[in-house]
Design a protein around this ligand. Sequence first.
Ligand code: FAD
Length: 288
Amino acid sequence: MIPAPFDYHTPTTLEEAVSLLAQDTDGAKILAGGHSLIPAMKLRLAQPQSLIDIGRIKSLSYIREEGGKILIGATTTHYQIESSELLKNICPLLPECAASIGDVQVRNKGTIGGSLAHSDPAADWPAAAIALGAELVAVGSKGERVLKADEFFVSLLTTALEPGEILREIRIVKPQGRFGQAYQKVPHPATGYAVVGIAVNLILGADGACESASVGVTGVASKAYRAEGVQSAMIGTKLDDQAVEKAAAHVCDGVDPNSDLYASGEYRCHLAQVHTRRALKTASGRVR
Ligand SMILES: Cc1cc2nc3c(=O)[nH]c(=O)nc-3n(C[C@H](O)[C@H](O)[C@H](O)COP(=O)(O)OP(=O)(O)OC[C@H]3O[C@@H](n4cnc5c(N)ncnc54)[C@H](O)[C@@H]3O)c2cc1C
């Protein structure tokens, strides 16, 4: 339970952090809230030569609305998002998702950027990022790139970030029109991680029919994914029980579900269907 020795850097600007990382892209690792990396280091599953602690870079922690977008800095904690009055008003899926993570200690230290960059298959943020069509801004010594959440999660603990890149910002188009959102989760009783987690962002047309449904799923497979079958089955429906049940049946289409001691793949898919139904119904009941 004692990590291997490592050097420790505390940059105070993003430029400094990028430059430190560029000097050792193989051996150095970014440290944000430390709630995934430190446990991995204690178990010696990760043995970085050095840690670049971005927690003191003040300019990486913010939540603001700008030009029709919601901008969230990478080191913004789960708790800051959970308690943001701005987000409760303009994009309630984000605080709802944040509130479901782990416990108070985890939410006080863990960051949205750290969670997305870690790409744990049972983490909550990836489902919300996909459902909200988030853009993830990465910066490295060669400049900045904007990655879509749909392309960001590559596989278990692997993202589309290149070596030497730091995730700096999460951007979400501010939801408009008649929209409703929900996050439904079956938490693992020991850790709180998602056995399944379903994030939904619905938009209704003037006639009350579903104009678009965006559904992100976590916990089920080796990475978070978009449930396209559910989305297309919802379009044009009046969100009645029958339509929702039919659509939710597609949540595991084309997916190889995880099996572990806690839940078989078959049981995970069953849970995913039940909670997709609940998320769709809850989101439709919240349409404003
Ligand atoms: C007991 C416990 C329960 C938990 N329960 C849940 C839960 O229910 N749901 C859930 O989703 N999570 C849960 N977590 C994980 C928690 O949310 C972590 O905070 C999160 O996974 C990682 O964020 P972090 O800021 O701690 O990142 P760190 O642990 O500091 O870093 C994680 C990884 O991301 C990299 N990284 C960090 N920030 C960046 C960045 N900006 N750019 C590039 N790379 C970066 C690091 O190098 C490292 O590889 C739990 C953790 C614990 C210890």
